[in-house]
Design a protein around this ligand. Structure first.
Ligand SMILES: *[C@@H]1O[C@H](CO)[C@@H](O)[C@H](O)[C@H]1NC(C)=O
Ligand SMILES: *[C@@H]1O[C@H](CO)[C@@H](O)[C@H](O)[C@H]1NC(C)=O
Length: 430
């Protein structure tokens, strides 16, 4: 690292790179499972705004990833993997050697039954009027200086190309299960529910859209307030697009934030009706009971992990289409838990399975008509100091000519199959 002179976290690359701008850097020693290496991260601000999605669309490297935070609106897009691991990291630690402390090392990915997490090569961030490029390089002995130099120049001189119009034709819609199958399954399930103490099951179904041509993932990226946005594009026609209100947890060092969300009412364009639905959620015994189950399940899990702080009052969480009962938790973790451990301890929650857990989980295995795969699994990013994961409820899986939409609904003993069918239909967000 002799060629990098550092002045309080700034790197002067002017001599070696002939690049006339200020770069922030951090050089870390990183361990991910058995792998040990150095990671150099370079960051620089752009003097002008840039459209992140246009930038991502015009890149030729995969995977392509996009993440928008639900509260802060921080948007990050990334592409190209420095490396990928096909499991949740069992060990992740970084140690600063030189440069800036607060330049995070993040693995982005999907923690489904076949997980996939990667360290992106190129990142572009938009947060509070700032646009920031970042580059990640790993090495064991010497830095690929020439490659870094050309990457910086190339990224800085990006010009957005016009977005091509796509006339794709939807020619077939298929449901899994179909209405008849859903009816039959629910009738059997309700019968069994009445004989057990399981009072709620969250059953999901698929709506498969078949198009004439390969689907362009970028046609499916929309923005909705109060949702986590997560997009993982493995290949040009293979992607997961999730728009989810549901946080699994946010961790900062030894502090973990999570939440219980349950009960659903629609939103209304009139304030009066909207407030009525909201009032109804608060007053309805069934919804409050349902939220209690989700809360109890989480509390039991979180109490194992550390000291728990909970609010005793439920509030209302609103997305543009629906509203839910909501309660937040803060946990002071009692040990240096790995995110792998935290994810496995908290997921799946009663909110996506049913209650009481884990009986609901077992019953679901019997009745749901497909493997959930990337549906209802933790998605987001894991760093050593911080991690943020949401749950991919309300998502679309894009594969070649097909878009598979997923949505679930909470089935209670008193549920009517056709009404539940209709409710899930409203939850398909596209
Ligand atoms: C589904 O069940 C309802 C009763 O809950 C019935 O009215 C309806 O005809 C059934 N539909 C199908 C397609 O089986
Ligand atoms: C479900 O929606 C269909 C079509 O919109 C409607 O005809 C039916 O009455 C609804 N059923 C229930 C139980 O809400």
């Amino acid at each position: 690292m002799r060629s990098i002179n550092s002045y309080g976290g700034y790197a002067i690359f002017l001599f070696i790179f002939d690049i006339h701008m200020m770069l922030h850097f951090s050089l870390r020693h990183v361990s991910v499972d058995q792998l040990r290496f150095y990671c150099l991260r370079l960051q620089w601000s752009l003097p002008h705004p840039i459209c992140l999605i246009d930038w991502l669309n015009s890149q030729s490297f995969y995977p392509k990833i996009s993440w928008i935070d639900r509260e802060s609106g921080w948007h990050m897009v990334a592409c190209h993997q420095v490396f990928v691991i096909h499991h949740l990291p069992h060990l992740l630690s970084t140690q600063l050697i030189r440069g800036q402390q607060h330049m995070p090392f993040r693995l982005m990915g999907v923690a489904s039954s076949s997980p996939s997490f990667c360290l992106p090569r190129y990142e572009l961030h938009h947060v509070a009027n700032q646009y920031i490029f970042a580059l990640n390089y790993v090495f064991t002995t010497s830095l690929p200086l020439e490659h870094i130099q050309s990457a910086i120049k190339q990224m800085s001189h990006f010009i957005a190309s016009p977005y091509p119009l796509n006339n794709n034709v939807l020619f077939h819609i298929q449901y899994l299960p179909n209405l008849y199958g859903w009816n039959q399954t629910l009738l059997q399930m309700l019968h069994q529910m009445r004989q057990t103490n399981i009072h709620k099951l969250v059953m999901a179904r698929q709506k498969q859209l078949h198009f004439q041509h390969g689907v362009n993932v970028f046609d499916w990226l929309t923005y909705k307030p109060n949702c986590f946005h997560f997009v993982y594009i493995w290949q040009p026609h293979l992607a997961l697009v999730a728009l989810s209100p549901e946080r699994l947890y946010f961790r900062h060092q030894h502090h973990l934030m999570t939440e219980a969300m349950a009960g659903t009412r629609p939103r209304s364009v009139t304030n009066r009706q909207d407030a009525l639905w909201c009032f109804h959620l608060h007053e309805n015994e069934k919804d409050v009971l349902e939220e209690n189950w989700v809360k109890l399940d989480l509390e039991a899990k979180l109490n194992q992990l550390g000291t728990l702080f909970t609010s005793h009052h439920y509030s209302i969480f609103q997305t543009p289409y629906v509203q839910h009962l909501y309660v937040a938790f803060l946990v002071k973790l009692k040990a240096n838990y790995l995110d792998t451990y935290l994810i496995n301890s908290i997921h799946p929650t009663a909110a996506i399975c049913g209650s009481p857990m884990p009986q609901a989980y077992l019953m679901l295995q019997k009745y749901e008509s497909f493997h959930r795969g990337a549906y209802a699994c933790p998605i987001g990013w894991i760093g050593d100091e911080d991690a943020h994961l949401c749950v991919s409820i309300r998502c679309a899986l894009i594969r070649e000519n097909q878009v598979v939409l997923f949505a679930g609904s909470g089935i209670l003993a008193a549920s009517l199959p056709h009404a539940e069918w209709n409710e899930t239909e409203n939850k398909f967000v596209y």
